[in-house]
Structures are given as structure tokens and as C-alpha cells.
Design a protein around this ligand. Structure first.
Ligand code: PAF
Length: 275
């Protein structure tokens, strides 16, 4: 696997690779979920590129940018083992040189749920992914369903701005007790980790209530009680899969979405209800 740090270098290096080119953008601290993205890209594409960049513009003040886990060497070994051909891992000064000021904002979709709690998050994501797509110029962009709203934001970005790329959303990889793989799981104490396992069960309970005909607020009321006392809900809801507008009743395609805090660690999860 070749490793690149500069824009011109990575462009020249990737130009020589056979197409189609798959691309897996990450912030590193890679776990089995990321490697599943890389392996799916490997199966579907002739060449695979990945990036590791902890993007400062998608963290708000007081969030975990400084303490976000970083291990580029370990990440490079894992990506290489998953069949990735090229890794782009730029410094912040390469992505955001002095004078940088352009922002990409997808509008209402980026302002609800995760966007309501983290008001500048999705414009940071949309901006850095726009840059990465221009630099890497892939044919297929691989993202995880765990970040369902991010996937919807990126699909909208690609559609609205005519990026010549297909977005492939890869199903969430889970621990044996159902907890979605996340780099932030590493922050949990033993007690919080035990409580966090009930997040997914709450979403399943909400879906069952909805399927039995309950409306969203009644279903959420029952399902909220499933979360162990270790967690505090930010939201639990059912939304249109494309717009993230809240639904009164289940109407596929939809996501049942939830976010909860375990101490200072905030975890999200979702279930896709296909049409
Ligand atoms: O999902 C992530 O790790 C990040 O939001 C992404 C897409 C790599 C952009 O920084």
C-alpha cells in the first residue's frame, strides 16, 4: 500500500490505478466497521483508496477533537491488510491552508437531529468530503450506515453538486451484544459499556411498537424505558430515510434513529426500514 501526504502526490499516484476506484474516507482509529467498508470496496472495485484525517471542522467547541484516538501507523497496517492500495493522510495545513474560507452546507438535512446537537458538524463533513472527492476522484464512495444522517447528507451533497461518484452505504458492524462499532466506544468505562448495549435493543423495541401500529411518540415512550440507567437520551425517533423529516407512523424507507449519552460519551445508532 502506498501512503501519500500531499495533494499533487496522491493525484499522480491514483491516476495510475485501474478503475473503478473505490474510496473509504475515515478519521482513523479504525475498527471492524471501517475494515468492512474497505473489504466491500475491495470486492466491488478494481482499486481502493482510503483516507485518514481527523477533520477539525466537523468538531464543535468542547467536543473530543483533541482526545480523538489517533494511530496512523496501526491504521495503515489494518488498511493494507484489508486490501487498500493507497492511503491519503494529510496534515491539517494541507487540507486547510492559511486563508481557507469556503464552506459546503447541505441546508435543512444538516440542521436536525445530529445537526441540532452539533450545529457545525455536517458542514464540516460536507466540506472535507467535497475536498476529498476532488482530490481522490473516486468512482464509488463507501460510507457506513452507522452514521445514517451523514450518509444521507453525503448522498445529497453528491446529488446537489453533481459529483460523478456513486455512494455505497455499507451495513453497520456490531459487537456480539448488538452495540454498533464506533471509535468512541473506546471512551466507555466498563459500566457505561454494559449500559450502552441496550441502545440497539431500544431501537428494536421502537421498531416493533411502530410495526404494531403505535405512533412515533407512543412507540418512543415505551422504547426509551429500555435503555439502562447508565444512559441519557438525546433523541429517539423515526424519520424519512432521505430527508430525516420525522414520521408520525412507520412509512418505509425510514430510519429508526437514536442518540444517547453515557457519561461524556455520546453514541448514535439506527435501524433501516427498507421499502
Ligand atoms: O465518518 C467519518 O469518519 C467522517 O465523518 C468522514 C466521513 C471521514 C469525514 O471526516
Amino acid at each position: 500500500m502506498r501512503i501519500f501526504h500531499a495533494v499533487e502526490q496522491v493525484r499522480a499516484g491514483l491516476a495510475a490505478l485501474p478503475r473503478p476506484l473505490g474510496f473509504v474516507p475515515t478519521m482513523g482509529a479504525l475498527h471492524a466497521g471501517h475494515l468492512q467498508l474497505a473489504r466491500t470496496a475491495r470486492q466491488q472495485c478494481a482499486s481502493v483508496a482510503a483516507s485518514v484525517f481527523v477533520n477539525p471542522t466537523q468538531f464543535g467547541p468542547g467536543e473530543d477533537f483533541e482526545r480523538y484516538p489517533r494511530d496512523v501507523q496501526g491504521d495503515a497496517e489494518k488498511l493494507s491488510g484489508a486490501g487498500v492500495d493507497a492511503l491519503f493522510t494529510p496534515d491539517a495545513a494541507v487540507m486547510y491552508p492559511p486563508g481557507f474560507s469556503t464552506i459546503v452546507d447541505v441546508g435543512a438535512l444538516g440542521a436536525v437531529y445530529e445537526g441540532a446537537v452539533r450545529p457545525t458538524h455536517f458542514r464540516g463533513v460536507a466540506t472535507v468530503v467535497s475536498k476529498l472527492l476532488h482530490i481522490v476522484q473516486p468512482d464509488v464512495l463507501f460510507v457506513g450506515q452507522k452514521d445514517a444522517q451523514q450518509s444521507a447528507v453525503l448522498k445529497k451533497l453528491v446529488r446537489d453538486l453533481d459529483f460523478p461518484v456513486r455512494v455505497e452505504v455499507v451495513p453497520t458492524v456490531r459487537e456480539s451484544d448488538g452495540l454498533a462499532m464506533s471509535s468512541r466506544n473506546a471512551y466507555l468505562s466498563r459500566e457505561q459499556r454494559a449500559g450502552a448495549s441496550s441502545l440497539h435493543g431500544s431501537l428494536e423495541c421502537m421498531l416493533e411498537e411502530l410495526r404494531n401500529g403505535a405512533d412515533a411518540s407512543r412507540a418512543a415512550q415505551h422504547a426509551r424505558a429500555q435503555l439502562d440507567a447508565a444512559g441519557v437520551w438525546d433523541y429517539l425517533d423515526v424519520v424519512d430515510a432521505q430527508t430525516f423529516e420525522p414520521l408520525q407512523h412507520l412509512r418505509a424507507p425510514a430510519f429508526v434513529i437514536g442518540a444517547a449519552r453515557f457519561g461524556s460519551t455520546r453514541l448514535i445508532d439506527n435501524i433501516l426500514v427498507s421499502a
